[in-house]
Design a protein. Sequence first.
Length: 423
Amino acid sequence: MQWSEVMDKVYQSWQTIGKMISDGVAYLSEFSDQLIQWLVALFAQWGVPEEQRLLAAYGSLYLLATLFVVLLVWRMVRRRKRRAQRVVLRQPPEVVGEEKVVESYKAVSAAPEIEPEPLSFYERMRSGLAKTNSALFGRIDALFGSASGVNSDLLEELEEILITADFGMKTTQLLIGAFEKRATAEKLTDPSQLRQILKEETCRLMTLNVEPLAVERSTPFVLLVIGVNGVGKTTTIGKLAQQYTQQGKKVILGAADTFRAAAAEQLSVWGERTGVTVIRHDEGSDPAAVAFDAAKATVARNADMLILDTAGRLHTKVNLMEEMKKIYRVLGREIPDAPHETLLVLDATTGQNALVQARLFQEAVGVTGIALTKLDGTAKGGMAVAIGAELGLPVRFIGIGEGVDDLRPFDPEMFVDALFENR
């Protein structure tokens, strides 16, 4: 068919449609005129004055049209509700996505609403480590299942898997060395046994001979929180303040981050939320002066604990590190042996860069513990293993969500169980 023939057919179709519309409008107009004449005659029989008959006829016609539209809309709404009820009665509520339909089902069935049970911390950790588990366990399980024994090919591929999960080169070599030694000595080839050995050696690298964080060992206990910008320091401090307050401890917060705009305001919001006093100065003030006043207030008010926020210092800035050392000196003069814990907050999503930060901060100010945040947003959970294996630093807390209860003390065995769990 030629293009001109196609255009002719389209033109003819439009002409036909146009004629139909024109005829319809003409018919409607003729019908309206007849209806108006009939109404005028009717009002004449009823004794309506002649000058008002035409107005009354048009008013009546408008009223009838309005009633017709209202009835049409009502029928559509009623039909939709009936259809929704029929769908609900045929399907369980979880299959139906509409909220109104779910409510209708509840009204029809009159079944008592059962609230879901709150998840345990292990279940939340398991959920938070899902990305790492998917990247790690699935590949390891496939590797062990297809291998005939522990050989160079298996070890090479295992090394690649561990590095991808951000265990780090040094930690990976330590782990593979211990794994190969045990597997060879025990002559193991069963995938489940090989996986168990890898799990046990991973846990051994994380279980350090380090004194646990016990805030009761000193009164008041000073917890200094450090780290670069954006890792979640202030949020971590707020969550810690709420958790320790719920344990019955009197906590004071020190807003020594005077460089970042609104940092003190953010900490003050956490203070209001948790009912904790916040010691702060104006923006741009000397952080050591804030530390001094916070330490004085902690002693004067017989508080159990001081948590001190600091600016997001880059570990490559010498002058900022010197400022940090000044804070150490001020705290040590006011409270014996303070700070009792220097907690470095790291973002797990930054991978090996977090390990570099930990190493340089440890060299500069003597880090004693790690808080690892945002583990639920990364497939690089092996970073927690690398920190313990390479730096000998304990992971004190891990963050696996936005809720207050999603920041918890770190349990190496629970962590490894969630990391290697077969799902």
